[in-house]
Ligand binder design. Structure first.
Ligand code: ATP
Ligand code: MG
Length: 367
C-alpha cells in the first residue's frame, strides 16, 4: 500500500501544492513551523478522515480560506484509488473514493491505512489511560470495521446513560430507560473487549521484540490489557464476556446511581506498559519513553501487515530526537518494508542516511 501523489488546497499553511512521492522512503525536512507535520497530517486525514491533533475539521482549513481540498492517489489491494476530502467552515465535510461519495470515513480506511508516530505519542506512555485507549481504538477502527461500529454504538449508549444518571433527580421517569442502555453497553462492551484483548496479545509480543532489539537486548517491555475486574479471561467469546460485564454492572448499580457516573464498563480500560517490570509511566527516561512508544507503533504496523498482507503507510514525525545513535540506527533499520514518510530538522543527516525522495519544506511549500 502506498500513496503516490497528493494534492492540497488551503490545507493548513499549504495554499496549493501537488506532490508525487517515492514508493519507499520520503524524507521531509525544513526549519520549525514550515509545514512538515502538516504534510503528514494530510496523508493521515486521507486514511481515516481525521487527524490526531485537530479537534475539528475547521482547524485544518487555511486561515483565510472557506474550504480545503485534499486528494490522494493511492495504490492498494493491487488497484489504483483516488481519495478526496473537501472540508468546509460552514457545513459538513465531503469524502469520495474514486469519485463515489463515501458515507463514512471507514471507506477511506478500507483503501489507505496509516500509522502515525508524532511527539505527542510519548503521552501514550506518560499520560493517563485515555491516551492508551485512544491508541487501541484508532488501531482497531482501522483494522476491524465491526469494532468501529461497536465503538460508535457504545459511545452513543454511554452518552445516553450519562444523561439519565445526571438528570434522573429532576426526571425520575428517565430511570425506566436505564436497563435498555445498560444492556446495549454490555453487548457492545463485550465486542470491544473481545477485539481489544486479541489485539493486545499480538501487540505485546511484537512490541516486546521491537523494544528488545532497540535497546540491544538490555530492556524488556511488557504490555498487558486491563479491563473490567469481573472479566476473568478477556480472550473468551463475547457472549461469555457479556455475562461477566452484566454482573459487574449490576453489582455497581447503587454506586452508579449514587455517584451519577458510569462506573462499570470498558470505557475505563487500560494498557499496562512496563519496562523491566516497572511501570513505564512513572519510571521511564525520555529515550526509553520514546523507544517504548515507537515499539508500540511499529508493532501496530506489523499487525496490520499480517492481517491484510499490506504494510500501512508509516508517518514518522520528528522520531529521532532524544535517541542515542544505536537506537536511531535501529529505528532506521526497522522502518523499511513499506512506504515511509519521515520528518526531520534542517541540519539533520537523515536525508543522506536514508535515500529515497527528499522534500524541503519552507513556508507552506514543499519542493
Ligand atoms: P516543527 O519543526 O516545529 O514541528 P513543522 O514544520 O512541523 O514545524 P507544522 O506543524 O507543519 O510545522 O506547522 C506549520 C505552520 O502551519 C505553523 O506555523 C502554523 O501556524 C501553521 N498553521 C497551522 N494551522 C493552520 C491553518 N489552519 N491555516 C494556516 N496555517 C496554519
Ligand atoms: Mg512538526
Amino acid at each position: 500500500m502506498r500513496i503516490d501523489g497528493l494534492f492540497l488546497e488551503n490545507f493548513r499553511n499549504y495554499t496549493r501544492q501537488e506532490l508525487s512521492f517515492d514508493p519507499d522512503c520520503n524524507v521531509i525536512f525544513g526549519d520549525n513551523a514550515q509545514g512538515k507535520t502538516n504534510l503528514l497530517e494530510a496523508v493521515q486525514y486521507l486514511s481515516c478522515g481525521g487527524s490526531d491533533r485537530a479537534k475539528s475539521d475547521r482547524e485544518l482549513i487555511g486561515f483565510s480560506a472557506e474550504s480545503a481540498i485534499l486528494s490522494g492517489n493511492v495504490y492498494s489491494r493491487e488497484r489504483e484509488f483516488v481519495l478526496r476530502a473537501e472540508l468546509y467552515r460552514a457545513k459538513r465535510r465531503k469524502l469520495w473514493v474514486n469519485k463515489v461519495p463515501a458515507k463514512t470515513a471507514a471507506e477511506l480506511s478500507g483503501v489507505l491505512q496509516t500509522v502515525f508516530f508524532c511527539p505527542e505519542d510519548l503521552l501514550l506512555i506518560r499520560d493517563g489511560a485515555a491516551a492508551r485507549r485512544r491508541f487501541l481504538d484508532n488501531a482497531l477502527c482501522q483494522l476491524r470495521p465491526r469494532y468501529a461500529s461497536a465503538l460508535a454504538s457504545y459511545r452513543r449508549a454511554y452518552a445516553h446513560k450519562t444523561r439519565i444518571l445526571r438528570d434522573c433527580d429532576q426526571q425520575p421517569g428517565l430511570l425506566q430507560m436505564l436497563p435498555e442502555f445498560n444492556e446495549r453497553l454490555v453487548q457492545c462492551g463485550a465486542v470491544l473487549i473481545h477485539y481489544r484483548a486479541q489485539f493486545v496479545e499480538k501487540l505485546a509480543a511484537t512490541a516486546a521484540a521491537n523494544h528488545a532489539d532497540c535497546s540491544g537486548g538490555k530492556e524488556h517491555l511488557s504490555v498487558s490489557y486491563k479491563t473490567v475486574s469481573s472479566v476473568e479471561d478477556p480472550l473468551v467469546e463475547p457472549a461469555i464476556l457479556a455475562r461477566q460485564l452484566r454482573s459487574h454492572m449490576e453489582s455497581h448499580k447503587c454506586a452508579e446511581l449514587g455517584s451519577r457516573l458510569c462506573l462499570s464498563g470498558p470505557h475505563k480500560d487500560d494498557l499496562v506498559v512496563e519496562i523491566d517490570g516497572r511501570d513505564a509511566k512513572t519510571y521511564c527516561s525520555q529515550g526509553q519513553t520514546r523507544t517504548a512508544a515507537l515499539s508500540l507503533k511499529l508493532a501496530e504496523r506489523e499487525i496490520y501487515k499480517n492481517a491484510s498482507g499490506e504494510a500501512p503507510v508509516l508517518l514518522l514525525d520528528d522520531v529521532l530526537s532524544e535517541l542515542d545513535p544505536r537506537r536511531q540506527e535501529f529505528v532506521l533499520n526497522r522502518i523499511a518494508g513499506g512506504q515511509v514518510f519521515i520528518t526531520c530538522c534542517e541540519d539533520d543527516r537523515l536525508p543522506v542516511l536514508l535515500g529515497g525522495k527528499v522534500f524541503h519544506v519552507a513556508n507552506g511549500r514543499a519542493e
